[in-house]
Design a protein around this ligand. Structure first.
Ligand code: ADP
Ligand code: ADP
Ligand code: ZN
Ligand code: ZN
Length: 751
């Protein structure tokens, strides 16, 4: 077996015939500015090809049920091993997925409670909230219930005839509403708030056998009376909301409230499961505790029969603690985890597995991690390697780069100016190399000498959400503030409180951009209308032709540029559309040019090239916003769905510049940014402040912290052991602070 993974002539995205040998059983870190091609090598070439080759080993029956992968553009890809991608994509939405279920620790607890708890509720499934034998019947194991909001549906001050029912489909005068105004059992002119208990019960639930007469298009008829609550529940709660029209769905949502399930108090389990105790704790208690506390509780179990099961849970929990997530609880829904937290939890799962000879691929695993915890992350990566795996990491953090056995530096620039390997070797070799990354490594940080004077204060008073304990803190207005602290210390929670109290806040986060699959930087920035107008004006054709969602689109590929052929039980083939040659437009539209370029040529331009091309001031202003946020390497036509979290955050920022008097809130804006691009980001933040805004960033990057006017440091630890303000002041004052690990790392970075 070869000791190397070999790529020959890789050409995916911007890669320019990349040929590489990556040592197996080693930790290789990929560096380079954003857009240089790191992901194109690691994710779009290596990961895709190993998955594709793996899928080929299955029968067509199985293969047909697996996601389809296409062969990446390359001359040869050899000696790959099965790849596991551990990325920052959200861990999974549905509310039955918790930290406990995802890590399988919940199932170990279930065994513990069923075998060793008293009184036992039965076998292990009796403690599963995803199994009918364990789930709370009130909420089907969800812990929360969605109920009709009766305070909103019924106006107690009005009578039924006078519009007491505010839910439009059942309102007085509608055909459904007649049941309530026509029944002989209720006085239609009596305010609903004055109903006796019996009357109210009848209104809501009816009584078997009671009838009511209503008028409809077909005349008058008598029918069974159905209570208001029964009818609402039958029509809107017991049916799948997603099957209703969007209009109905939105209407119904207005009349629903979501809250903790009254039957189980949010614990998700039925009474029998909740009654079982081990050492005085119920399984719900154990799920609610933070991991560090649960470890202590399980270690107290001294029953010799129960010990091995408890021990298995402790081993898994200690892995969670080891990567700095000891502040999480097992009942935490995975949908509420940050990308970095999710990625680290996925890593824990793989550490427990005994597979070897795999390729593990990580996307910027240091995201969301305080410098204090980067060391622990490094241990984790090395442990994966030492189990006999190949570990590939895309990373900007110098501390992670330093751990590598081998470094591949991509560059020299982004987009078409990148796509080549500019250095290969050891971290020490890279630090001495004359590449952008090499020159940035080992550079010292200097703290800001003359912080700005605040123009006012924005208060958060008595905040006690999540782990914050009665936190009162002032964010200085008109300056750049960095909120720091280890993961789980409460930074996001505190900043969310600031946003909740200040309507002028502009939150720029990394969440998905909710636009159509055909959105591109050009459509998102809103320049396509102008581009179409310019083409119409210059060519005399109709503006609508220049849209790939319109009549101007190539009919063969419907404006997609590619043709997707599903060959049933063989690999699907996407081919560039032969009619338009991938250019998405009809031939006659492509013949219409402005300054020698067709609309397809314009969409293939990078923002940088487009800036040279356009003279329209509106278009130029929007494009230069992309330059401000360091995204000029994107082409105008690249699908937005291909952007990373960091790129998404920056393109959103590009559309929200040019305000004054706003409070900009950014969550780790350096995500995905190369060290050399951080200076550009800081210049942008400075500009925002200097044009009259307040800027608040949650950040771990010490260059940003050192450059802030004000720092609010939370800690000292995550979860229960965090939630306090450890330090407030200038970066220079922070250098002198004791008992703050942020201060300690800032001293190291500047020393
Ligand atoms: P990095 O990981 O170094 O940030 P990428 O490999 O993501 O860089 O991107 C390299 C270049 O390829 C960039 O110009 C990027 O805009 C482009 N690119 C990435 N993915 C796609 C895609 N799916 N379609 C078109 N262009 C892409
Ligand atoms: P940071 O931003 O510093 O990483 P967070 O504000 O995300 O910290 O978390 C602070 C504490 O609040 C942690 O104990 C975390 O587990 C908890 N927490 C955060 N978000 C939620 C949530 N949606 N539900 C429950 N607990 C949460
Ligand atoms: Zn319940
Ligand atoms: Zn076509």
């Amino acid at each position: 077996m070869s000791e190397f993974i070999t790529l020959t002539g890789a050409r995916e995205n911007n890669l320019q015939d990349v040929t590489l040998r990556i040592p197996k059983g080693r930790l290789t870190v990929f560096t380079g500015v954003s857009g240089s091609g790191k992901s194109s090598v690691v994710f779009d070439t290596i990961a895709v090809e190993s998955q594709r080759q793996l899928n080929e080993t299955f029968t067509w029956f199985v293969r047909n049920r697996l996601p389809k992968y296409e062969r990446p553009h390359a001359d040869a890809l050899e000696d790959l091993s099965p790849a596991i991608v551990v990325d920052q994509r959200p861990v999974g939405g549905h509310s039955r997925s918790t930290v406990g279920t995802m890590t399988d620790i919940h199932s170990v607890l279930r065994v513990l409670f069923s075998r060793h708890g008293t009184p036992s509720a039965g076998s292990a499934t009796a403690y599963s909230f995803n199994d009918p034998s364990g789930m709370c019947p009130g909420c089907d194991g969800l812990g929360r219930t969605v109920r009709p909001d009766w305070d909103r549906i019924l106006d107690p001050g009005r009578s039924l005839a006078d519009g007491a029912v505010r839910f439009p489909p059942f309102a007085a005068g509608t055909w459904q509403g007649q049941a309530y105004t026509n029944t002989d059992e209720l006085d239609p002119d009596k305010p609903v708030g004055d109903f006796t208990d019996d009357e109210r019960a009848f209104l809501m639930r009816g009584r078997p056998g009671s009838k009511v007469t209503v008028n409809g298009t077909g005349g008058t008829w008598t029918t069974e009376y159905e209570g208001l609550a029964d009818r609402f529940e039958r029509l809107y709660l017991k049916r799948d909301l997603s099957a209703m029209s969007e209009k109905t769905r939105n209407l119904v949502r207005e009349f629903l409230v979501e809250g903790e399930c009254p039957d189980c108090g949010g614990a998700r389990l039925n009474a029998a499961a909740l009654a079982t105790r081990v050492n005085g704790h119920s399984i719900a208690d154990c799920s609610r505790m933070q991991v560090t506390d649960l470890i202590a509780v399980l270690k107290e179990i001294d029953d010799p029969v129960a010990r091995p099961v408890a021990g298995a849970a402790v081993t898994a929990l200690e892995r969670i603690e080891a990567i700095g997530l000891g502040y999480l609880s097992l009942d935490r829904e995975t949908a509420t985890l940050s990308g970095g937290e999710g990625q680290r939890l996925k890593t824990v799962r793989h550490l427990g597995s005994s597979l070897t000879g795999m390729t593990y691929i990580f996307d910027e695993p240091s995201v969301g991690l305080h410098p204090r915890d980067v060391g622990r992350l490094g241990d984790l990566l090395l442990r994966l390697r030492d189990k006999g795996n190949t570990v590939l990491v895309v990373e900007h953090d110098p501390d992670v780069i330093a751990l590598a056995d081998h470094v591949v530096d991509m560059g020299p620039r982004a987009g078409a100016g990148g796509g080549r390997v500019v250095f290969e070797g050891t971290p020490a070799g890279l630090a001495a190399a004359d590449t952008l990354t090499g020159r940035c490594l080992g550079r010292r940080t200097t703290v800001k000498a003359d912080p700005r004077t605040p123009t006012g204060e924005l208060w958060v008073k008595g905040a006690d959400r999540h782990n914050l304990r009665d936190v009162t803190v002032a964010f200085p207005a008109g300056v750049l503030t960095a909120v720091t602290g280890v993961a789980g210390s409460g930074k996001s929670t505190l900043v969310a409180e600031l946003v909740a109290g200040h309507p002028e806040a502009v939150v720029v986060d990394q969440s998905a951009i909710g636009v159509s699959a055909r959105s591109t930087p050009a459509t998102y920035l809103g320049i396509m209308d102008t581009v179409r107008r310019i083409f119409a004006r210059e060519t005399g054709a109709e503006a609508g032709l220049f849209s790939f969602n319109s009549a101007g689109a190539c009919g063969t590929c419907e404006g997609r540029g590619i043709i997707y052929t599903d060959l049933a039980f063989m690999d699907p083939v996407t081919t560039v559309c032969g009619d338009c040659e991938g250019r998405r437009f009809r031939e006659e539209v492509l013949r219409l040019t402005v300054g020698g370029s067709s609309v397809a040529d314009v969409l293939a331009m990078t923002a940088e090239q487009a800036l040279d091309f356009f003279t329209d001031t509106g278009v130029r202003r929007r494009l230069s916003a992309l330059r401000d946020v360091g995204l000029t390497y994107l082409t105008l036509g690249q699908p937005l769905s291909t952007l990373s979290g960091g790129e998404r955050q920056r393109i959103k920022l590009a559309t929200r510049l040019h305000r004054t008097g706003a409070v900009y809130v950014l969550d780790e804006p350096t995500t995905g940014l190369h060290m050399s691009d951080v200076q550009g980001l800081l210049a942008l933040l400075d500009r925002l402040v200097d044009t009259g805004n307040t800027v608040v960033v949650v950040e771990h990057n010490l260059d940003v912290v050192a450059h802030a006017d004000h720092v609010i440091d939370l800690g000292p630890d995550g979860g229960r052991d965090g939630g306090r303000v450890l330090f407030e002041g200038t970066p220079r004052e922070l250098l002198a602070a004791r008992d703050s690990s942020t201060a300690e790392h800032l001293r190291r970075a500047t020393g």
